[in-house]
Ligand binder design. Sequence first.
Ligand code: PHE
Length: 485
Amino acid sequence: MSAIELSKPQWSSQKVFILAAVGSAVGLGNIWKFPYITGENGGGAFVLVYLLCVALIGLPVLMSEVGLGRLGRANPPQAMANLAADFRASPLWSLLGLNGVLAGLLILSFYTVIAGWAMDYFVESAKGSFRGISGEAVGQYFSGFLANPWALLFWHTVMVGLTLAIVAKGVKGGLEKAVNFMMPLLFLILLVLVGWSAAQNSFGDSLRFLFAPDFSKLTWEAVLIAMGHAFFTLSIGMGAMMVYGSYLPEGYSITRASLWIVFADTAVALLAGVVIFTVVFGNGLEPGAGPGLLFQTLPVAFGQMSGGWFWGTLFFFLVVLAALSSAISLIEPAVSWLEQNWRMSRIRATLLLGALVWLAGIGTVLSFNAWKDVHLLPGRTFFDSLDFVTANIMLPLGGMLMAVFMAWVIPAAVRRKTFDLGLVGDALFIRDLRYIAPVGVLIVFASNLVESSLHRWIAVGVALALYALYAYNRSRYNLSIRPGE
Ligand code: PHE
């Protein structure tokens, strides 16, 4: 193990770390994915489940993940191996890190394709193509664009190239500089858009759609999607936050940083949702339009507002930047793993992974045109399948295991020192990590495994019984954690 180079503290201040982590969290997930899955799953009730998942599962898992990174001081597979060795757990825990490395690359392969759409819209907006455009006309433009694999491939290539260029420069030169100015700007422009929305007649409909829950529209699958999205949008469960945590010097507050990340991420998603549904309801568009929702609505808004050319162009530019600051964190676990465990130079690792991601992205490009009817998972295109497997399975699974590791393997004294939550805070934190976060994920998983409701409860029962058995064993035999603690 001594042969492996560990991560060194790199962030130059607590503020820079927070910016980078917010940069990772805030991205296409907030501006593109959140509105369209909310539209597809009926609005309010879905949003409520998502917010509950963010608060009860997302926040504690985020804190755990950053904490595991700082304590493990390495890329995710190695960090987990280090911690497992330190605290006498199975070396198999490093698989948790590998799950993250793989998930990050899979996500990135479609992430750059979608970011490419935003790039195309940036150019179109700058050219003035959206001036006074109707909902119908944007819809036509968008479907024409999707039908052209070469256009999608071109922008996908550009986005992969930009990501690699930033990542190759390393943490200090690349990541820090990129996030420093763009996050505040993005927030500002969203506020301008919300101001515009508030003056529209459909603003009330938008708020009602997002915040008045109608539970008859909620299915178990929607709950799974909402929970998966809580992981996706906070960048947790796959090691991005773990690597960022491994670059964290002692003494920075993980708890404070995590609260900022959750707050900023949630705010951006909700603001984007409010704006997009104002346009949807004001122009007779379809809330359940799917992945094209953002791209079929916002140009209409910009087309109508005064100064829309300026705001629209700036907005799509910022979406691209927000996507880039997330993209670099999607590849960072894999890059640092190749650097540290495979002794590859940063440039080489970046290029190799970039080639893989670029190739895999072609599947997503084609899934919107030539492979429209080709299904990888039943009923799901290549893109839908990747999205489903990563966001709804790999990330929640990874995040759940991080919570379990923090709760049952890391000794209490180490945990208290890492998070400095005070007596009450720590008591709440550990109970959430033990009895809420993993149990929540298990229930949602188990209930999606089966169709009929009787079998559903059996599956949930079996999952919970297994977890109780594990928890009982841990608390009974691990000397570092005493029962009744
Ligand atoms: N959180 C990012 C977004 O919302 C996506 C992401 C997921 C980034 C996982 C890193 C890790 O767009």
